[in-house]
Design a protein around this ligand. Structure first.
Ligand code: AMP
Length: 413
Protein backbone atom coordinates (compact mmCIF):
# COMPACT_ATOMS: atom_id res chain seq x y z
CA UNK A 1 0.00 0.00 0.00
CA UNK A 2 1.40 3.38 -0.95
CA UNK A 3 -0.15 6.37 0.78
CA UNK A 4 0.65 9.90 -0.32
CA UNK A 5 0.09 12.56 2.37
CA UNK A 6 -0.50 16.20 1.44
CA UNK A 7 -0.12 18.57 4.36
CA UNK A 8 -0.75 22.10 3.18
CA UNK A 9 -0.18 25.08 5.43
CA UNK A 10 -0.60 28.78 4.77
CA UNK A 11 3.14 29.28 4.22
CA UNK A 12 4.33 25.81 3.21
CA UNK A 13 3.20 22.62 1.50
CA UNK A 14 4.61 19.40 2.92
CA UNK A 15 4.16 16.00 1.38
CA UNK A 16 5.31 12.44 2.08
CA UNK A 17 4.89 8.98 0.53
CA UNK A 18 4.68 5.98 2.87
CA UNK A 19 4.72 2.31 2.08
CA UNK A 20 2.50 0.47 4.56
CA UNK A 21 2.00 -3.22 5.03
CA UNK A 22 -0.10 -5.18 7.51
CA UNK A 23 2.65 -5.19 10.15
CA UNK A 24 3.59 -1.54 9.99
CA UNK A 25 1.25 -0.12 12.58
CA UNK A 26 2.85 1.60 15.57
CA UNK A 27 6.45 2.61 14.73
CA UNK A 28 6.67 5.33 12.11
CA UNK A 29 8.78 4.20 9.13
CA UNK A 30 10.95 6.60 7.13
CA UNK A 31 8.90 7.84 4.17
CA UNK A 32 9.91 6.68 0.68
CA UNK A 33 9.83 10.29 -0.46
CA UNK A 34 9.38 13.64 1.27
CA UNK A 35 8.90 17.09 -0.20
CA UNK A 36 8.33 20.63 1.00
CA UNK A 37 7.48 23.84 -0.79
CA UNK A 38 8.13 27.11 1.06
CA UNK A 39 5.92 29.84 -0.35
CA UNK A 40 7.73 32.69 1.41
CA UNK A 41 10.67 34.38 -0.34
CA UNK A 42 11.10 35.72 -3.88
CA UNK A 43 10.05 32.42 -5.54
CA UNK A 44 8.70 29.17 -4.07
CA UNK A 45 11.49 26.90 -2.84
CA UNK A 46 11.14 23.15 -3.43
CA UNK A 47 13.06 20.59 -1.37
CA UNK A 48 12.65 16.87 -2.14
CA UNK A 49 14.35 13.89 -0.47
CA UNK A 50 13.90 10.32 -1.68
CA UNK A 51 14.81 7.27 0.41
CA UNK A 52 16.88 6.13 -2.60
CA UNK A 53 19.24 9.06 -1.93
CA UNK A 54 18.09 11.50 -4.64
CA UNK A 55 17.55 15.09 -3.52
CA UNK A 56 16.35 18.32 -5.11
CA UNK A 57 16.67 21.82 -3.69
CA UNK A 58 15.77 24.63 -6.03
CA UNK A 59 13.64 27.70 -6.49
CA UNK A 60 10.82 26.87 -8.86
CA UNK A 61 10.50 29.36 -11.70
CA UNK A 62 6.77 28.61 -11.91
CA UNK A 63 4.71 31.22 -10.12
CA UNK A 64 1.26 29.69 -9.96
CA UNK A 65 0.72 27.52 -6.87
CA UNK A 66 -0.91 24.61 -8.69
CA UNK A 67 1.97 24.44 -11.17
CA UNK A 68 4.49 24.22 -8.33
CA UNK A 69 2.55 21.49 -6.49
CA UNK A 70 2.15 19.56 -9.74
CA UNK A 71 5.90 19.85 -10.33
CA UNK A 72 6.51 18.59 -6.76
CA UNK A 73 4.26 15.54 -7.34
CA UNK A 74 5.97 14.73 -10.64
CA UNK A 75 9.25 14.25 -8.76
CA UNK A 76 7.62 11.06 -7.37
CA UNK A 77 7.71 9.32 -10.76
CA UNK A 78 10.29 11.32 -12.74
CA UNK A 79 13.84 12.58 -12.32
CA UNK A 80 16.46 11.85 -9.67
CA UNK A 81 14.03 11.55 -6.74
CA UNK A 82 11.80 9.04 -8.60
CA UNK A 83 10.47 6.32 -6.30
CA UNK A 84 7.48 5.14 -8.38
CA UNK A 85 7.25 3.57 -11.83
CA UNK A 86 4.15 5.67 -12.47
CA UNK A 87 1.53 7.75 -10.67
CA UNK A 88 -0.87 4.79 -10.78
CA UNK A 89 1.14 3.01 -8.04
CA UNK A 90 -0.32 5.38 -5.43
CA UNK A 91 -3.21 3.67 -3.60
CA UNK A 92 -4.55 6.51 -1.41
CA UNK A 93 -4.00 10.25 -1.11
CA UNK A 94 -4.54 11.65 2.39
CA UNK A 95 -5.00 15.35 3.09
CA UNK A 96 -4.51 17.07 6.42
CA UNK A 97 -7.45 19.45 6.74
CA UNK A 98 -6.99 22.04 9.47
CA UNK A 99 -10.63 22.88 10.17
CA UNK A 100 -13.52 20.50 9.61
CA UNK A 101 -16.08 23.05 10.85
CA UNK A 102 -19.04 21.81 12.90
CA UNK A 103 -19.91 18.85 10.66
CA UNK A 104 -16.66 17.06 9.75
CA UNK A 105 -14.63 15.39 12.49
CA UNK A 106 -13.72 11.77 11.69
CA UNK A 107 -11.41 10.94 8.76
CA UNK A 108 -13.59 10.64 5.68
CA UNK A 109 -13.27 9.59 2.04
CA UNK A 110 -13.61 12.68 -0.15
CA UNK A 111 -16.71 12.60 -2.34
CA UNK A 112 -18.34 15.54 -4.18
CA UNK A 113 -20.67 16.01 -1.15
CA UNK A 114 -17.70 16.07 1.25
CA UNK A 115 -15.95 18.58 -1.00
CA UNK A 116 -18.90 20.93 -0.81
CA UNK A 117 -19.07 20.61 3.02
CA UNK A 118 -15.33 21.34 3.09
CA UNK A 119 -15.85 24.43 0.96
CA UNK A 120 -18.45 25.69 3.47
CA UNK A 121 -16.15 24.92 6.41
CA UNK A 122 -13.57 27.09 4.60
CA UNK A 123 -15.11 30.15 6.27
CA UNK A 124 -13.57 28.97 9.57
CA UNK A 125 -9.97 28.88 8.25
CA UNK A 126 -9.90 30.66 4.86
CA UNK A 127 -6.11 30.67 4.39
CA UNK A 128 -5.69 26.95 4.98
CA UNK A 129 -8.91 25.95 3.26
CA UNK A 130 -7.93 27.52 -0.06
CA UNK A 131 -4.72 25.48 -0.34
CA UNK A 132 -6.38 22.29 0.94
CA UNK A 133 -9.15 22.46 -1.70
CA UNK A 134 -6.56 23.30 -4.36
CA UNK A 135 -4.63 20.13 -3.42
CA UNK A 136 -7.80 17.98 -3.60
CA UNK A 137 -8.73 19.38 -7.05
CA UNK A 138 -5.22 18.82 -8.33
CA UNK A 139 -5.17 15.17 -7.22
CA UNK A 140 -8.64 14.72 -8.78
CA UNK A 141 -7.12 15.83 -12.06
CA UNK A 142 -3.73 14.05 -11.86
CA UNK A 143 -4.87 10.81 -10.20
CA UNK A 144 -8.59 10.55 -11.00
CA UNK A 145 -8.98 6.94 -9.87
CA UNK A 146 -7.16 7.23 -6.56
CA UNK A 147 -9.35 7.57 -3.43
CA UNK A 148 -8.71 10.68 -1.34
CA UNK A 149 -9.24 10.98 2.40
CA UNK A 150 -9.49 14.09 4.59
CA UNK A 151 -8.07 13.87 8.13
CA UNK A 152 -9.04 16.78 10.38
CA UNK A 153 -6.80 18.58 12.84
CA UNK A 154 -9.92 19.49 14.81
CA UNK A 155 -11.29 15.90 14.87
CA UNK A 156 -9.55 14.62 18.01
CA UNK A 157 -11.16 17.38 20.07
CA UNK A 158 -14.74 16.36 19.14
CA UNK A 159 -14.96 14.77 22.61
CA UNK A 160 -14.61 18.13 24.40
CA UNK A 161 -17.52 18.36 26.84
CA UNK A 162 -19.95 21.19 26.15
CA UNK A 163 -18.71 23.15 29.18
CA UNK A 164 -15.24 23.30 27.59
CA UNK A 165 -16.39 23.74 23.98
CA UNK A 166 -18.91 26.55 24.49
CA UNK A 167 -17.78 30.17 24.79
CA UNK A 168 -19.49 32.21 27.49
CA UNK A 169 -20.82 34.58 24.80
CA UNK A 170 -24.34 34.45 23.32
CA UNK A 171 -25.93 31.01 23.89
CA UNK A 172 -26.76 30.64 20.17
CA UNK A 173 -23.11 30.90 19.14
CA UNK A 174 -22.65 27.19 19.68
CA UNK A 175 -25.35 26.21 17.18
CA UNK A 176 -23.98 28.81 14.76
CA UNK A 177 -20.61 27.07 14.86
CA UNK A 178 -18.89 29.69 17.03
CA UNK A 179 -17.36 27.34 19.58
CA UNK A 180 -14.03 25.93 20.64
CA UNK A 181 -12.75 23.32 18.16
CA UNK A 182 -9.08 22.90 19.11
CA UNK A 183 -6.24 22.07 16.72
CA UNK A 184 -3.07 19.94 16.43
CA UNK A 185 -5.43 17.05 17.15
CA UNK A 186 -3.67 14.59 14.83
CA UNK A 187 -0.42 15.05 16.72
CA UNK A 188 -1.96 15.27 20.22
CA UNK A 189 -3.69 11.94 19.60
CA UNK A 190 -0.52 10.38 18.21
CA UNK A 191 1.49 11.61 21.26
CA UNK A 192 -1.03 10.16 23.72
CA UNK A 193 -0.92 6.76 21.99
CA UNK A 194 2.86 6.87 21.68
CA UNK A 195 3.26 7.83 25.37
CA UNK A 196 1.20 4.82 26.47
CA UNK A 197 3.26 2.57 24.20
CA UNK A 198 6.64 3.96 25.37
CA UNK A 199 5.63 3.60 29.02
CA UNK A 200 3.95 0.22 28.44
CA UNK A 201 0.80 1.48 30.18
CA UNK A 202 -2.88 1.34 29.13
CA UNK A 203 -3.94 4.59 27.44
CA UNK A 204 -7.43 4.18 28.97
CA UNK A 205 -5.95 4.57 32.46
CA UNK A 206 -3.88 7.71 31.81
CA UNK A 207 -4.33 11.43 32.41
CA UNK A 208 -2.02 13.16 29.93
CA UNK A 209 -1.17 16.80 29.30
CA UNK A 210 0.20 16.98 25.75
CA UNK A 211 2.30 20.06 24.85
CA UNK A 212 2.62 20.69 21.11
CA UNK A 213 5.19 23.50 20.91
CA UNK A 214 6.15 24.39 17.33
CA UNK A 215 5.46 27.47 15.21
CA UNK A 216 1.94 27.06 16.55
CA UNK A 217 1.59 25.96 20.18
CA UNK A 218 -1.25 24.22 21.98
CA UNK A 219 -1.91 21.94 24.94
CA UNK A 220 -4.44 19.13 25.24
CA UNK A 221 -5.84 17.54 28.39
CA UNK A 222 -6.33 13.87 27.50
CA UNK A 223 -8.20 11.39 29.67
CA UNK A 224 -8.52 7.73 28.69
CA UNK A 225 -7.28 8.62 25.19
CA UNK A 226 -9.89 11.36 24.64
CA UNK A 227 -9.40 15.11 24.50
CA UNK A 228 -11.34 16.81 27.30
CA UNK A 229 -9.87 20.31 26.97
CA UNK A 230 -7.36 22.18 24.85
CA UNK A 231 -5.90 25.68 24.67
CA UNK A 232 -6.71 26.55 21.04
CA UNK A 233 -10.33 27.36 20.29
CA UNK A 234 -12.42 28.65 17.40
CA UNK A 235 -9.19 29.39 15.57
CA UNK A 236 -5.54 28.43 16.16
CA UNK A 237 -5.01 31.88 17.70
CA UNK A 238 -6.34 31.16 21.19
CA UNK A 239 -4.23 29.96 24.10
CA UNK A 240 -0.45 29.96 24.41
CA UNK A 241 1.96 32.62 23.18
CA UNK A 242 3.48 31.38 19.88
CA UNK A 243 6.16 32.28 17.32
CA UNK A 244 4.20 35.03 15.56
CA UNK A 245 0.76 34.58 17.17
CA UNK A 246 -0.29 36.35 20.34
CA UNK A 247 -2.34 33.54 21.87
CA UNK A 248 -5.11 34.69 24.23
CA UNK A 249 -5.37 38.40 24.90
CA UNK A 250 -8.16 40.49 26.38
CA UNK A 251 -10.75 40.84 23.56
CA UNK A 252 -11.35 44.36 24.93
CA UNK A 253 -8.02 45.33 23.31
CA UNK A 254 -9.57 44.64 19.90
CA UNK A 255 -12.68 46.72 20.50
CA UNK A 256 -10.43 49.49 21.87
CA UNK A 257 -8.23 49.41 18.74
CA UNK A 258 -11.22 49.38 16.38
CA UNK A 259 -12.79 52.30 18.26
CA UNK A 260 -9.69 54.43 18.78
CA UNK A 261 -7.62 53.72 15.65
CA UNK A 262 -8.44 53.06 12.02
CA UNK A 263 -7.44 49.39 12.22
CA UNK A 264 -9.60 47.05 10.15
CA UNK A 265 -10.44 43.41 10.81
CA UNK A 266 -7.70 42.41 8.37
CA UNK A 267 -5.16 44.64 10.14
CA UNK A 268 -6.02 43.03 13.48
CA UNK A 269 -5.82 39.57 11.95
CA UNK A 270 -2.35 40.29 10.52
CA UNK A 271 -1.16 41.85 13.77
CA UNK A 272 -2.31 38.99 16.01
CA UNK A 273 -1.37 36.12 13.67
CA UNK A 274 1.84 37.32 12.04
CA UNK A 275 3.31 40.23 13.99
CA UNK A 276 2.86 39.15 17.62
CA UNK A 277 4.24 36.45 19.95
CA UNK A 278 7.99 35.76 20.28
CA UNK A 279 8.68 37.88 17.19
CA UNK A 280 6.99 41.02 18.50
CA UNK A 281 8.26 40.80 22.07
CA UNK A 282 11.89 39.96 21.20
CA UNK A 283 11.97 42.28 18.17
CA UNK A 284 14.41 39.65 16.93
CA UNK A 285 12.82 36.47 15.61
CA UNK A 286 9.91 34.04 15.88
CA UNK A 287 12.38 31.17 16.16
CA UNK A 288 13.15 29.88 19.66
CA UNK A 289 16.75 29.11 18.59
CA UNK A 290 17.32 32.83 17.90
CA UNK A 291 15.64 33.79 21.18
CA UNK A 292 17.92 31.43 23.12
CA UNK A 293 21.05 32.70 21.37
CA UNK A 294 19.87 36.32 21.91
CA UNK A 295 19.66 35.59 25.64
CA UNK A 296 23.24 34.33 25.73
CA UNK A 297 24.29 37.64 24.14
CA UNK A 298 22.47 39.58 26.86
CA UNK A 299 19.46 40.67 24.77
CA UNK A 300 16.87 41.69 27.39
CA UNK A 301 13.89 41.59 25.01
CA UNK A 302 14.82 38.03 24.00
CA UNK A 303 14.87 37.18 27.72
CA UNK A 304 11.44 38.76 28.20
CA UNK A 305 10.03 36.84 25.21
CA UNK A 306 11.41 33.56 26.64
CA UNK A 307 10.10 34.29 30.14
CA UNK A 308 6.64 35.17 28.80
CA UNK A 309 6.54 32.03 26.64
CA UNK A 310 7.40 29.85 29.64
CA UNK A 311 4.99 31.74 31.93
CA UNK A 312 2.04 31.08 29.63
CA UNK A 313 3.18 27.50 29.13
CA UNK A 314 3.37 26.36 32.77
CA UNK A 315 0.27 28.36 33.72
CA UNK A 316 -1.74 26.53 31.07
CA UNK A 317 -0.21 23.12 31.84
CA UNK A 318 -1.47 23.56 35.41
CA UNK A 319 -4.89 24.60 34.06
CA UNK A 320 -5.07 21.44 31.91
CA UNK A 321 -3.98 19.33 34.90
CA UNK A 322 -6.78 20.82 37.00
CA UNK A 323 -9.33 19.90 34.31
CA UNK A 324 -8.04 16.32 34.50
CA UNK A 325 -7.95 16.35 38.31
CA UNK A 326 -4.29 15.34 38.25
CA UNK A 327 -1.75 14.27 35.67
CA UNK A 328 0.16 11.03 35.08
CA UNK A 329 2.12 11.98 31.97
CA UNK A 330 3.39 15.24 30.51
CA UNK A 331 4.52 15.06 26.87
CA UNK A 332 6.53 17.59 24.85
CA UNK A 333 6.49 17.52 21.05
CA UNK A 334 7.11 19.61 17.86
CA UNK A 335 10.05 21.93 17.08
CA UNK A 336 10.39 23.66 20.47
CA UNK A 337 9.01 20.78 22.55
CA UNK A 338 11.43 18.29 21.02
CA UNK A 339 14.51 20.48 20.84
CA UNK A 340 14.51 23.12 23.55
CA UNK A 341 15.80 21.57 26.79
CA UNK A 342 15.72 25.11 28.26
CA UNK A 343 11.98 25.60 27.67
CA UNK A 344 11.18 22.14 29.07
CA UNK A 345 13.35 22.72 32.11
CA UNK A 346 12.00 26.22 32.86
CA UNK A 347 8.36 25.11 32.51
CA UNK A 348 8.82 21.97 34.65
CA UNK A 349 10.65 23.91 37.38
CA UNK A 350 7.44 25.85 38.06
CA UNK A 351 5.38 22.63 38.21
CA UNK A 352 7.24 20.93 41.05
CA UNK A 353 4.22 21.59 43.32
CA UNK A 354 2.34 19.05 41.13
CA UNK A 355 5.07 16.43 41.53
CA UNK A 356 6.73 17.21 38.17
CA UNK A 357 10.48 16.55 38.51
CA UNK A 358 12.78 16.65 35.53
CA UNK A 359 16.10 14.78 35.34
CA UNK A 360 18.41 17.61 34.22
CA UNK A 361 20.93 15.25 32.70
CA UNK A 362 18.40 13.22 30.70
CA UNK A 363 16.73 16.45 29.59
CA UNK A 364 19.89 18.01 28.19
CA UNK A 365 21.24 14.82 26.60
CA UNK A 366 18.04 13.57 24.99
CA UNK A 367 18.08 12.94 21.25
CA UNK A 368 14.82 12.44 19.34
CA UNK A 369 12.49 10.99 21.98
CA UNK A 370 12.32 9.33 25.39
CA UNK A 371 11.68 9.86 29.09
CA UNK A 372 13.22 12.85 30.87
CA UNK A 373 11.57 12.62 34.32
CA UNK A 374 13.60 11.86 37.42
CA UNK A 375 13.12 8.46 39.07
CA UNK A 376 11.07 10.06 41.92
CA UNK A 377 8.85 12.30 39.74
CA UNK A 378 5.13 11.69 40.33
CA UNK A 379 4.51 12.69 36.73
CA UNK A 380 6.26 10.82 33.89
CA UNK A 381 7.71 13.37 31.43
CA UNK A 382 8.30 12.35 27.82
CA UNK A 383 9.61 13.98 24.68
CA UNK A 384 7.83 12.57 21.63
CA UNK A 385 8.85 13.15 18.04
CA UNK A 386 5.91 14.55 16.05
CA UNK A 387 4.90 12.14 13.29
CA UNK A 388 1.93 13.97 11.85
CA UNK A 389 2.24 12.68 8.29
CA UNK A 390 2.53 9.09 9.48
CA UNK A 391 -0.53 9.48 11.72
CA UNK A 392 -2.47 10.91 8.76
CA UNK A 393 -1.36 8.03 6.51
CA UNK A 394 -2.49 5.45 9.07
CA UNK A 395 -5.86 7.14 9.70
CA UNK A 396 -6.59 7.37 5.97
CA UNK A 397 -5.65 3.78 5.38
CA UNK A 398 -7.99 2.62 8.16
CA UNK A 399 -10.93 4.45 6.60
CA UNK A 400 -10.25 3.18 3.07
CA UNK A 401 -9.65 -0.39 4.26
CA UNK A 402 -12.91 -0.22 6.25
CA UNK A 403 -14.88 0.86 3.18
CA UNK A 404 -13.17 -1.77 0.98
CA UNK A 405 -14.05 -4.51 3.51
CA UNK A 406 -17.67 -3.30 3.38
CA UNK A 407 -17.51 -4.07 -0.36
CA UNK A 408 -15.93 -7.49 0.31
CA UNK A 409 -12.47 -6.26 -0.79
CA UNK A 410 -9.22 -5.45 1.00
CA UNK A 411 -5.94 -3.83 0.07
CA UNK A 412 -4.13 -6.54 1.98
CA UNK A 413 -5.54 -9.64 0.30
P1 AMP B 1 7.50 23.08 14.00
O1 AMP B 1 6.31 23.97 13.77
O2 AMP B 1 7.19 21.87 14.79
O3 AMP B 1 8.25 22.77 12.73
O4 AMP B 1 8.51 23.92 14.92
C1 AMP B 1 9.22 25.03 14.41
C2 AMP B 1 9.86 25.79 15.54
O5 AMP B 1 10.66 24.92 16.35
C3 AMP B 1 10.87 26.85 15.08
O6 AMP B 1 10.25 28.05 14.79
C4 AMP B 1 11.78 26.98 16.25
O7 AMP B 1 11.30 28.00 17.10
C5 AMP B 1 11.66 25.66 17.01
N1 AMP B 1 12.92 24.92 17.03
C6 AMP B 1 13.40 24.06 16.10
N2 AMP B 1 14.60 23.58 16.48
C7 AMP B 1 14.89 24.12 17.69
C8 AMP B 1 15.97 24.02 18.61
N3 AMP B 1 17.04 23.25 18.36
N4 AMP B 1 15.90 24.74 19.75
C9 AMP B 1 14.85 25.53 20.02
N5 AMP B 1 13.78 25.67 19.20
C10 AMP B 1 13.80 24.98 18.04
Amino acid sequence: MKVLVLNSGSSSQKSALFEIDRRSCGEAPEPLWQAKIEWSGPAPELVVNAASGGTIRDRANIVDRRGVIEHMLETLWAGKTRVLGSASEIDVVAHRVVHGGPHLTDPIEITPAVKSTLAHAGAFAPLHSRSELEGIELVDRLLPRVPQVAVFDTGFHRTLPRRAAQYPGPYDWFEEGIRRYGFHGINHQYCAQRAARLLDLRLESLKIVSCHLGNGCSLAAIQGGESVDTTMGFTPLEGLMMGTRSGSIDPGILTYLVRETSMSGEDLDAMLNRQAGLLAISGLSADMRDIESGITKGNTRAQLAFDMFVHHLHKNIAAMASVLGGVDVLTFTAGIGENSAKVRSAACAQLSFMGVKLDADKNSRLRLEGEISSFDSKVRILVIRAQEDWAIAQASLRIIEHSRRGQGKSFFT
